[in-house]
Design a protein around this ligand. Structure first.
Ligand SMILES: NC(=O)c1ccc[n+]([C@@H]2O[C@H](COP(=O)([O-])OP(=O)(O)OC[C@H]3O[C@@H](n4cnc5c(N)ncnc54)[C@H](OP(=O)(O)O)[C@@H]3O)[C@@H](O)[C@H]2O)c1
Length: 234
């Protein structure tokens, strides 16, 4: 018999999402991981083990989210980890790619919360994933920076409207061992390391640990947590 309410990880097939799911599965919790692809969701649930199941759901199609979440109940924690990156710039602006990311995080995250909040425990909590591109823009980050900035303001309204549920956001810097960055040329990673006071890029496990802190610590509410090894100090 599993313990407590369930933990739903949107974007559970990402390395961060999967290791967060494993954290809770090893604590004997019911865990649900999502992917756009049912087979990938089920395969990930198999890797996570314990009481984990996988469902398919596309956050960039908000009208379909309610039906995709039918049958999920008794929820304690939600983690909204999903992203589809939009490397976009003003000279060669791709409207569809921008709309996809804006819809995924701003409307998709919100609709998923809208659907599941009434099925959550009073002491439940929610974490949204933003990122430090909100403070450290780069050429090509027009949508990513804007969307992460919006995530940081969304948590405030959500925390007020959904009280007593707690809502926080995590804003990681470059996660050095995440698949997106792992395959970058060493020179790129070395330059980033040199600009990080801790001398190391943050890791998937550190992001998972910080996410668990936001989900579990009952004093933390409406917070945007920077997880960056001191990167923003340089
Ligand atoms: N990695 C970093 O360095 C870094 C830095 C700052 C912030 N972040 C944030 O951390 C989070 C995780 O990043 P990551 O690099 O670990 O992600 P990732 O490896 O690129 O994985 C993306 C996840 O999002 C899911 N996804 C993509 N499009 C979706 C859609 N339309 N609907 C539902 N799910 C969708 C993918 O699932 P399927 O493909 O299986 O559908 C996958 O699980 C993101 O929110 C990202 O913005 C990451």
């Amino acid at each position: 018999m599993a313990k407590g309410g369930s933990v739903v990880v949107f974007g559970g097939t990402s390395e961060i999402g999967k290791r967060l799911a494993i954290h809770y599965a090893t604590q004997d919790r019911v865990v649900i991981v999502t992917s756009r692809d049912r087979e990938r969701a089920e395969a990930t649930a198999g890797e996570v083990g314990g009481h984990c199941t996988g469902i398919s759901l596309d956050l960039s199609k908000p009208h379909t989210i309610e039906a995709a979440l039918a049958g999920i109940d008794n929820v304690e924690h939600l983690a909204l980890v999903a992203v589809e990156r939009d490397e976009n710039n003003l000279r060669d602006y791709n409207i569809d790619s921008a709309l996809n990311l804006v819809t995924l995080k701003l409307v998709g995250y919100t609709e998923a919360i809208h659907v599941l909040a009434p099925r959550m425990h009073e002491q439940g909590s929610i974490v949204l994933f933003g990122g430090l591109a909100k403070d450290r823009p780069y050429p090509g980050s027009i949508t990513v920076s804007t969307v992460n900035g919006a995530v940081s303001t969304m948590v405030h309204t959500l925390a007020l409207e959904l009280s007593p549920l707690r809502v926080n956001a995590i804003h990681p810097a470059v996660v050095g061992d995440s698949p997106y960055w792992l395959n970058k040329p060493e020179g790129v990673l070395e330059a980033l390391r040199a600009r990080t006071p801790s001398g190391e890029l943050i890791t998937v496990d550190e992001v998972v640990d910080a996410t668990v802190f936001l989900l579990e610590n009952r004093a933390v509410n409406g917070v945007n947590l920077r997880v960056d090894g001191g990167w923003m100090l340089m």
